[in-house]
Design a protein around this ligand. Structure first.
Ligand code: CTP
Length: 404
């Protein structure tokens, strides 16, 4: 689907600049008009012809070119959205102080469009008090900070500082556009709210090397966390075996099993304004976890596993939730018939007793690793509140409207 918007992609001087090409391409393929403003340092990492070919527009760098057309403000004024990827520590510092000593700085200062930045730097630079303060300043001004992710960095080191993947940056940017488009504009409507989100899928160990698990990637839960951060919430993310990077701005609690998730979410929920149970929780765990690797010689040709029920965490949260707290559950169903799907959703709502239930269909090819989702939200009485399909980021936005 194309928005046909004017998007300025600012590229600054970090090695992740090569990945920014894919950010530009994603917008172009959507039908957006993309103008790249690259700093001179960025062009040491990625060539101007590449950026011009991919963006299908001239790439601007020099503050003193195009003076007659007042380019230093014209680009910013025309933008519906500005995305800076990668955003180096230096650029973040300049943005925080409002410096305009290059074309990108002028463009950003001259714009009222939403600004999304994707930081990329070494962990020490990201953790430096100066960068921490600069990022906090930008966030307080409504700048949406995507990432950085945690992982392998350019050298041999690993840690926080890796630029988020282009898909994630584009999804966050589109969510920012969608928020800005709303006439009733929720904007930063979750400032001061503490939102607890569970994401991923629990793994129940059988022995030191094997587990019973599920195919949840954690993408929808992470999208919820990103969207909640973008709307100003403080977010606790209880992450069970995520396949995607968690946003660094969350309070992250890593869990493995259903019982660990229960302990973490029960603790975090005590002070939360909203709890969203997006995680896929194993309903059963092995009665016995073998201390050593289970050996075929000892188990023979068939192996029977004895499992015991895990607690229903969502139902437990519903029983103990404090007044005013909004509790949202998910219902993952494989039922293909839409009418029957709703019946299952309503039955699940009756069992769980939460405030809203997000019903989504899952299957061999649906739901899990996809970047898209289609949901129907039921309220406590089983009535349909909304039906949404789109990217997991846009779906996240509608779910957060329930607590905004
Ligand atoms: N859930 C939970 N504790 C469990 C199982 C699920 O808190 N032991 C939560 C999930 O996080 C989700 C909701 O309950 O928000 C529904 O999960 P789902 O797997 O769809 O349903 P189940 O309760 O497991 O029921 P069934 O598998 O029989 O459909």
């Amino acid at each position: 689907m194309s928005s046909g918007r004017t998007i300025v992609v600012g590229i600054t001087g970090g090695i992740a600049a090569y990945k920014a090409v894919n950010v530009v391409r994603a917008f172009v393929l959507r039908g957006d008009c993309v103008h790249v403003v690259a700093t001179p340092a960025a062009l040491r990492f990625v060539g101007k012809p590449t950026l011009e070919a991919i963006s299908r527009n001239p790439v601007h760098t020099d503050l003193y070119e195009g003076v007659a057309e007042v380019r230093h403000v014209a680009i910013g004024q025309s933008a519906d959205l500005i995305v800076v990827a990668p955003a180096t520590a230096n650029t973040i510092a300049k943005l925080a102080t409002g410096l305009a000593d290059d074309l990108l700085g002028n463009t950003i200062l001259a714009s009222t469009a939403p600004l999304v930045i994707a930081p990329a730097m070494h962990t020490e630079m990201w953790n430096n008090a100066a960068t921490v303060a600069n990022v906090a300043t930008l966030r307080a001004r409504g700048v949406i900070v995507v990432g950085p992710g945690v992982g392998q960095l350019t050298g041999a080191d690993a840690g926080a500082g890796r630029m988020e993947e282009p898909d994630t940056i584009v999804a966050a940017a589109l969510a920012a556009l969608a928020l800005a488009d709303r006439t009733d504009g929720p904007g930063a409507d979750l400032v001061g709210k503490h939102v607890v989100i569970t994401a991923g899928g629990t793994r129940e160990p059988l022995d030191p090397v094997r587990f019973l698990g599920n195919r949840s990637s954690g993408k929808q839960g992470v999208a919820l966390a990103q969207a909640a951060l973008a709307r100003g919430a403080s977010v606790t993310l209880i992450a069970a075996n995520l396949e995607v990077a968690a946003p660094t701005a969350v309070e992250l609690r890593l869990v493995g099993t259903a019982l660990e998730l229960e302990a973490a979410v029960t603790d975090a929920a005590a002070g939360a304004d909203a709890v969203i149970m997006a995680a896929a929780v194993a309903d059963y765990r092995p009665v016995q976890v073998s201390a050593g690797k289970i050996k075929k010689d000892e188990t023979g040709d068939t192996l029977l596993l004895e499992l015991t029920r895990n607690p229903d965490i969502l139902a437990g949260l519903a029983r103990t939730k404090r007044t005013g707290q909004v509790l949202i559950g998910f219902a993952a169903e494989t039922e293909p018939d839409p009418v029957r799907l709703l019946v299952l959703g309503r039955e699940k709502m009756a069992r769980k007793g939460c405030d809203f239930l997000v019903v989504n269909r899952v299957g061999w090819a649906e739901g899990f690793a996809s970047d898209r989702n289609a949901i129907t939200v039921l309220d406590h009485d089983g009535d349909i509140v909304c039906e949404v399909s789109g990217t997991k980021m846009s779906v996240a936005g509608r779910i957060l409207d329930l607590i905004g």
